[in-house]
Design a protein around this ligand. Structure first.
Ligand SMILES: [Zn+2]
Length: 256
């Protein structure tokens, strides 16, 4: 079992910037065991960031009911994020499908209202983490979970766009809205780890039992944009892979 202080020291050694902004994607199953469980991991992250730091996690939802930032559980975001947004003083943004939670001096700015589409564009919580010069920590997960790459896709911009339904309340009545976004299976994002490694833009190490990757959001976005400029479909599975989600993204491309 890793202690909280020991875990915080691992985060320091990895290069978490004191008083910085840190977007964390994590699978606690990979990190455990840690003293006090997922809440202990959150304490370690906060200790490493220091009092001037801002901790951010994705709290996306399934879009199948009207989103209430005070009560709607996360969907597939892991137990750490699910417990994080429920902690005192943690803010949660209001996008009906793509919400994030944040705690710290930049939390208000990061969780401010945003356009419905794109959910992860420049004007969204991960887009703001990018603009604030924040870091991204992948803790026991791959770049397949990295929402910062959707920011790069919208900045490129990529030619594909699919719609996901979300429920919002319009004058007190639930209404379904279709929200366009650059989405696919996201397995192609995993290639970014190698690109970042080759360029020495990524710190890697152990945090608890998990493999951790830490990088500047701006580096992730600029490396992704470099590749997207050469091939706008670089993140989609090849047609031969018969990936339903990537085929759907490909089919959404309208010829100029
Ligand atoms: Zn795919």
């Amino acid at each position: 079992m890793s202690g909280i202080e020991e875990t915080a020291a691992q985060l320091d050694a990895l290069g978490v910037r004191r008083n910085g902004v840190l977007l964390v994607h994590t699978s606690f199953r990979e990190v455990r065991p840690i003293e006090e469980g997922p809440l202990g991991l959150i304490r370690a992250l906060r200790a490493s960031l220091g009092p001037g730091g801002t901790l951010v996690m994705p709290t996306m939802t399934d879009g199948e009911s009207v989103f209430d930032p005070r009560s709607t559980p996360t969907y597939c975001m892991g137990i750490t994020a699910e417990l994080f947004w429920r902690q005192p003083h943690v803010l949660r943004s209001t996008h009906p499908g793509g919400s994030f939670a944040a705690l710290g001096p930049q939390a208000d700015l990061i969780c401010a209202p945003q356009p419905l589409t794109p959910p992860h564009g420049r004007d969204s919580p991960p887009g703001r983490v990018h603009d604030l010069g924040g870091q991204v920590l992948l803790l026991g997960v791959t770049y397949g979970e990295c929402t910062m790459l959707h920011v790069a896709e919208t900045m490129a911009p990529v030619p594909y766009s699919v719609v996901h339904p979300c429920w919002v309340e319009v004058e007190g009545v639930p209404a379904k809205v279709m929200i366009p976004e650059s989405d696919h299976c996201c397995r192609g994002f995993e290639r970014v780890a190698g690109w970042m490694r080759t360029r020495a833009l990524q710190r890697e190490g152990k945090v608890g039992n998990a493999n951790a990757m830490l990088a500047d959001a701006r580096d992730i976005v600029s490396v992704a944009l470099e590749r997207l400029r050469v091939d706008p479909l670089v993140f989609l599975c090849p047609s031969s892979a018969a990936c339903r989600e990537c085929d759907e993204a490909r089919a959404s491309i309208t010829s100029p």
